[in-house]
Write a protein that binds this ligand. Structure first.
Ligand SMILES: Nc1ncnc2c1ncn2[C@@H]1O[C@H](COP(=O)(O)OP(=O)(O)OP(=O)(O)O)[C@@H](O)[C@H]1O
Ligand SMILES: [Mg+2]
Length: 299
């Protein structure tokens, strides 16, 4: 299920207090692809993605989710199907947890969309296993969990509904390295299952490794939409101007280019970078300084 954003603008407030947040956003996200949204803090990333499942309605323009069109005039009762198809894992997962136990929390979505208790429980357990939250926590209050564990519960709550599209707002925040690794695997599984995946991230290594397209936000506008191996070819100053890091292998390659190295393609990983360096180094011609070999001294 594709999602199309067409001429989207959004503001908070009215009259003199109006605060323009998003301006003329045009964007398509496709099934079977991961779209990364990056950009400076306050650039409008979270506000943008809340339009994908009609949590916020456009002030102008429209969002087309599958065959449903959402505009400023869409009535509340028409939004249910949109919300059922687009799952959202929020930036602060504690904001989306509410039930008295973890299991009930994850069961809520499937029950809300018509599953009976037994079916909902089976789906919830499957999702909790999928996100790696140990069974010993299932009867705990979600609010007694750590940040990383809460994030897993929030994730399970969305997976249990099996939506066509999933939006993750900085999902790695609060996860330990193993949790982050598992999350990346999960995103790739969703992509392989032809889901439409949208990911907000400040971690450019993750973006380079995962994304099919990258949307760069700046001051509520789209500054660029490109595949990562195009985007990261831009010069360093552009990334500084947009408050973005470079992925580590890319930053290193750019440093080497300043010293005469040339890279045929953007290194996707450290291993890729190492391979490309290897073919450029002619070991026979490498001169080792005398100071290192100890020979040829003056004294
Ligand atoms: N409820 C609100 N009322 C008024 N302004 C808001 C509201 N929520 C967000 N904003 C403003 O909208 C702008 C965009 O915020 P948003 O949360 O979308 O940024 P972001 O790119 O997700 O930032 P971050 O990387 O810090 O999460 C900010 O200037 C913020 O102050
Ligand atoms: Mg945000």
């Amino acid at each position: 299920m594709a999602i199309n954003i067409e001429g989207l603008s959004f503001h908070y407030g009215a009259g003199k207090n109006v605060k323009q947040i998003l301006d003329d956003i045009n964007l398509t996200v496709e099934p079977g692809q991961i779209t990364a949204i990056v950009g400076q803090t306050g650039s409008g990333k979270s506000t943008l993605v809340q339009h994908l499942n009609a949590l916020l309605l456009p002030s102008g323009g429209q969002v087309v989710v599958g065959d449903q069109v959402v505009t400023s005039k869409t009535k509340e009762k028409a939004l249910g199907p949109v919300r059922a198809q687009v799952g959202m894992v929020f930036q602060f997962p504690e904001n989306q947890l509410f039930a008295s136990t973890v299991l009930e929390d994850v069961m809520y979505g499937p029950k809300n969309f018509g599953k009976n208790d037994e079916e909902a429980e089976a789906l919830a357990k499957k999702a909790l296993i999928q996100v790696g939250l140990k069974e010993e926590f299932w009867q705990h209050s979600p609010f007694d969990l750590s940040g990383g564990q809460m994030r897993r519960v929030a994730l399970a709550g969305v997976l249990a509904m099996d939506p066509q599209a999933m939006v993750f707002d900085e999902p790695a925040a609060g996860l330990d390295p193993k949790g982050q690794e598992e999350l990346l695997d999960l995103l790739q599984e969703l992509k392989a299952a032809q889901k439409t995946v949208v990911l907000i991230s400040h971690q450019m290594d993750q973006v380079l490794a995962l994304a099919d397209q990258v949307v760069v936000m700046q001051d509520g506008r789209v500054a660029a939409i490109e595949a990562p191996d195009q985007l990261f070819l831009r010069d360093r100053q552009w990334f500084l101007d947009h408050a973005l890091d470079l992925p580590e292998p890319v930053a290193f390659a750019k440093d080497l280019e300043d010293h005469g190295y040339h890279f045929d393609h953007l290194p996707k990983s450290v291993a890729d970078l190492a391979e490309q360096i290897k073919v450029q180094v002619n070991w026979d011609r490498v001169t080792v300084p005398n100071s290192l070999t100890g020979g040829d001294r003056d004294e």
